[in-house]
Design a protein around this ligand. Structure first.
Ligand code: SF4
Length: 367
């Protein structure tokens, strides 16, 4: 059965090992394998911006690989059009990381390319991205203004030269992204959902989600990511297309999803970015866990997107401070189970939260 492991926590060095062990990753590794690690360093901004992969997460993966005897490890990236990969390696902490662990860094921007025809479309891919025995895809969980979501499947766009990235945009992104994943294959996906972004791949509205999730199947990882942002997975065209092309399965109901906790749950911090602050005005929070609060912010972002946010009947209650409280009100999470309108779960999934809140707006609108 297709498996996906979620680990809640804040310290990657405590989260990566249990996740990879549950997937038996060591059994899939050969010490002689040429291993590529593809983070998301789309721009020259630190991971706290919500835009880029946390270097401590990649560090924990490298430690795991080196303990398994793997020595040939390379971090690869081609940052977004108009951005310098070399500067991103430096600003995001990867230059220092590479020298500390003796791993290679390669900038794919000016790599010799290979053209591969798939379903009638010529894809021009950085040659060295095709030369690994085992590719570990380490995207950041982010919403995206054009494709709604960017996670594992879209992260491989960073294996293209800039001209090809431009062409992908002209082609509408979805089909070429799905096709690209039939050419550059992810062997393992480790999603950085420690702090992603609410709306934009270049960061600016970071939201702590305090979790990672790991799967062999990039389509399954993206389907889970879509739900985590409040979307129906197959409503995102490139997820549906990648599934049709046999890259993997978006069927979360047929996957085994295992949730683990590393360390104590952390309390939610007050929102800081402009959008998170705006959404936070719809929340009444008392000692909420950060993972629950993060899910709620993404659910509210979906309501804002579809124009129903203003139709919410009242503020949404969340947090352990509501335990034992009985009475009228709207709450999400098992802590608010005593309220008249409640969505249980600890934490409830974002997609369920979005559907629950939308149903309340429909009651209010009288539909
Ligand atoms: S429902 Fe669970 S995750 Fe949410 S605030 Fe309560 S204890 Fe935390």
């Amino acid at each position: 059965m297709n498996k996906l492991i979620v680990v809640y926590g804040t310290k990657p060095q405590e989260m990566v090992r249990p996740a990879l062990d549950r997937l038996k990753v060591k059994d899939s590794l050969s010490p002689n394998a040429r291993i590529g690690i593809k983070p998301n360093l789309v721009v020259e901004k630190p991971s706290s911006s919500g835009a880029t992969t946390t270097p401590e997460l990649v560090e924990a993966i490298i430690v795991y690989l080196q303990e398994a005897g793997c020595r040939d490890i390379t971090i690869l990236e081609s940052s977004a059009i108009g951005h310098s990969t070399k500067r991103a390696f430096s600003v995001c902490g990867y230059e220092e990381l590479a020298s500390r662990y003796g791993v290679k860094l390669i900038d794919l921007k000016h790599d010799r390319t290979q053209t591969i025809k798939v379903q009638g479309l010529d894809l021009c891919v950085a040659g060295r991205a095709l030369g690994f025995d085992y590719l570990i895809n380490v995207p950041v969980l982010k919403a995206h203004c054009q494709t709604q979501l960017t996670c594992a499947l879209k992260n491989l766009k960073g294996c293209l030269p800039d001209d090809e990235k431009r062409r992908f945009h002209r082609l509408g992104l979805h089909r070429p992204i799905a096709l690209l994943n039939t050419v550059v294959r992810s062997s393992l996906v480790v999603v950085d959902a420690l702090c992603g972004d609410l709306t934009f791949e270049e960061g600016g509205n970071p939201v702590p989600m305090n979790r990672i999730f790991v799967a062999y199947d990039p389509v399954l990882a993206d389907a889970y990511a879509a739900e985590l942002l409040g979307y129906e997975p197959r409503s995102i065209a490139y997820i549906r297309l990648a599934e049709e092309l046999g890259v993997g399965s978006a069927d979360l109901t047929r996957a085994e999803i295992i949730e683990l906790q590393a360390g104590e749950r952390t309390p939610a911090l007050p929102p800081v970015s402009p959008l998170a602050l705006e959404l936070g005005r719809w929340v009444e929070e008392r000692a909420a866990c950060s993972i629950c609060y993060g899910n709620l912010l993404h659910a509210l972002a979906r309501l804002k997107e579809n124009g129903s946010l203003a139709a919410l009947p009242e503020k949404i209650k969340i947090g352990q401070g509501f335990k034992g409280e009985v009475g009228s009100g709207v709450g999400v999470g098992s802590c608010t189970v005593g309220l008249t309108h409640n969505l249980p779960g600890c934490p409830p999934r974002t997609r369920e939260m979005a559907l629950f809140l939308e149903s309340l707006t429909r009651i209010r609108k009288g539909n």
